[in-house]
Design a protein around this ligand. Structure first.
Ligand SMILES: *Cc1c(COP(=O)(O)O)cnc(C)c1O
Length: 371
């Protein structure tokens, strides 16, 4: 029997979450709501490209980073738009963009130069990216018009197809004033330009009324994390939006024992039993992607009952407090996060990170079952 750990991917939850987002946008702007790029970078936030393609069949487009992931989408039968959020990296990538009809972000002069000196006549769809203050990718506002004009010249030469504009928000999850300033910067720099625009990540997409006011013409939003059933906001749980977890990480107890009061558990003896207690050993550790820095107290469910992790997470195992679950024996089901357990966001909060990191960190040795 394989080691009892499993990541279950619920494609119905993926479709459900996409519908939730589409419905919210529709309510905000009836009849004129933005199109949705489902962001599937990092192998669909750790869920697997095959599974997310099944779940996001109704998305208007798919956005990712790796050319390889984009090609995989075509091979699996996706015929809609694809967008590379970091664009291409070298001239050799361009043939694949043309061949597989993959759109690209254009964020630096080097990319424009590669297109200008290439022989492709492929009508590649592009979004010219503006840096509105996050200082990650994109042209500075003062460089933007010149970059955009070069893109238009490439369009006239048949190298590019549609030319749109895009930016990315730094604090859509926690500071509306910063987002407002980024929007003002975007609107100023792109004034008078036509073509589609794309600004909103999950946090902006879920902010009521925000996307609705952003563009007179066609708009694309780019939600990622919320489509997987996790929240982009530290203070608003995913289920408050009606979102459902798409990944459930589960395992089993492979050992149960008594720890006398005063004895300590695990590497470094970081947890000392305050009384005689029962401790369960779970077949999940940091080599499965569970965070090693999850401290005593991190929530977990055993046999459907919520309890806590105790002691240090080791490579292949972790320990849990079985006092709330007196009936639990070897083989009892454990949910680390997802349906029937704590949310991935709760686990992330307990170890000082975000759900994004935990979902994308589940390692290849964990078997995946797609529902
Ligand atoms: C990751 C990413 C997104 C999606 O962000 P979420 O917070 O997961 O919604 C959108 N746009 C860009 C450019 C990204 O890198």
């Amino acid at each position: 029997m394989p080691r009892p750990i499993l990541a279950t991917i619920d494609t119905e939850a993926l479709s459900h979450n996409l519908r939730i987002v589409a419905d919210r946008l529709q309510q905000d702007a009836p009849g004129a709501s933005p199109s949705i790029w489902a962001v599937i970078k990092a192998r669909g936030y750790g869920h697997g490209i095959e599974a997310v393609l099944e779940g996001f069949g109704e998305a208007d487009g798919l956005a990712m980073l790796d050319l390889e992931e984009a090609v995989r989408c075509r091979e699996l039968g996706w015929t809609g738009p694809l967008l590379l959020l970091e664009g291409f990296f070298e001239p050799d990538d361009l043939d694949a963009l043309v061949h597989y009809r993959i759109g690209t972000a254009l964020h630096c002069a080097e990319q424009l130069a590669m297109l200008e000196s290439s022989a492709v006549a492929g009508q590649i769809d592009a979004f010219v990216k503006l840096n509105t203050g996050m200082h990650r990718l994109g042209f500075q506002p003062h460089e933007f018009r010149a970059a955009y004009d070069r893109a238009l010249a490439l369009q006239a030469d048949g190298v590019l197809g549609q030319v749109g504009t895009m930016t990315h928000f730094a604090r859509a999850d926690d500071d509306a004033a910063v987002t407002r300033a980024q929007i003002d910067c975007f609107q100023q720099a792109t004034e008078g330009l036509s073509g589609p625009v794309s600004l909103c990540n999950s946090a902006a997409t879920l902010t009521p009324g925000l996307a609705a006011g952003l563009a007179a013409g066609p708009q694309w939003v780019r939600p990622g994390i919320c489509l997987y059933g996790a929240s982009p906001f530290a203070d608003q749980p995913a289920d408050s939006f009606g979102l459902r977890p798409a990944m459930t990480l589960s395992a089993q107890l492979i050992g149960v024992h008594r720890v006398p009061a005063g004895e300590s558990v695990g590497y470094g003896h970081t947890f000392r039993a305050p009384r005689d207690m029962r401790v369960g050993i779970v077949a999940c550790g940091y080599a499965d992607g569970y965070p090693r820095h999850a401290a005593t107290g991190t929530p977990v469910t055993v046999g459907g009952v919520r309890t806590r992790l105790v002691g240090r997470v080791s490579m292949d195992m972790l320990a849990v407090d079985l006092d709330p679950v007196p009936g639990a024996v070897v083989g009892a089901p454990v949910v680390l996060w997802g349906q029937g357990g704590p949310s991935v966001d709760e686990v992330a909060a307990a170890c000082g990170t975000i759900g994004y990191e935990l979902l994308t960190a589940v390692t290849p040795r964990v078997p995946r079952r797609v529902l």
